[in-house]
Design a protein around this ligand. Sequence first.
Ligand code: AMP
Ligand code: MN
Ligand code: MN
Ligand code: MN
Length: 299
Amino acid sequence: MPLASGDRLPTIRSVNILNADLHCHSVVSDGTLEPEALAARAHANGVDLWALTDHDEIGGQHRARTAALQLGMAYLTGTEVSVTFAGTTVHIVGLGFDADDPVMKKGLYDTRHGREARAREMSEGLERVGIPGAYEGALKYVGDPGLISRTHFARHLVATGVCADTSEVFRRFLVEGRPGYVPHRWATLGDAVRWISGAGGMAVIAHPGRYKFTPNEEYALFSEFKAHGGRGVEVVTGSHSSSDFRKYADTALEFELLASRGSDFHSPDESHVDLGTLPPLPAKLSPVWEALSDRVHRP
Ligand code: AMP
Ligand code: MN
Ligand code: MN
Ligand code: MN
């Protein structure tokens, strides 16, 4: 059901089955495909409305939008901002913002800053357990050195035979308490939400089922997010089980949040959920794309 220019959006029930995929990564952050290849893959998989959401970076937005529109696929600008909340890293997806907004651009720049120093420290930690040269190794997988992430270290450790796959690397080396883990202070929740909203976009809590919060902490995340002006939550994401779909559908209703859907696709070799292949949003929820209808770039 492509969103053609001038179309009125269909009624709620049918709008929920629109194949929207509003979360994925390109080589601009820690994905392995170029924005154009992701656009082609999304289109081939039947995606009607797409957003590229690289971590803390919007350098791929122009290419992604151009490729999408050429394929006849509607597009929303996107990013995924790293935030520190209650001592934990939380991700906030921004959708439909103005990619030229100077405050947003500066905020993302400041958030990215520090990744390189963190990566060098991660490398020192790995060296202490007998894995030398991990920084240089990880750099081989990086599109932009300013965006070096744990994922790039994971790819290097798999390629050099230290681990069988990236989830083993994370488990053994890259999570809290492990030798390659370096704590980092990202953006604040309030700043991230304000940058996105101030640039005309919508802030969405990414994959809430992934955070290891107590019920009280999770309640605090959702209520503070709302108080700062956040409006959406990912309910159907590649990071959620079907019981998470049900749980966060209820949370969306409880907090009166709009619901989003996105695969969080990174790579054909690593991601178990492909672009555009998740189940639709539950019919009782209001999708983020309805409220973002006038921010959609239409072919
Ligand atoms: P960073 O922003 O450098 O902390 O890296 C975070 C990225 O690592 C996430 O966006 C995921 O792509 C990836 N990641 C986090 N946890 C895991 C995991 N357990 N297995 C595979 N990839 C993971
Ligand atoms: Mn990632
Ligand atoms: Mn994420
Ligand atoms: Mn992501």
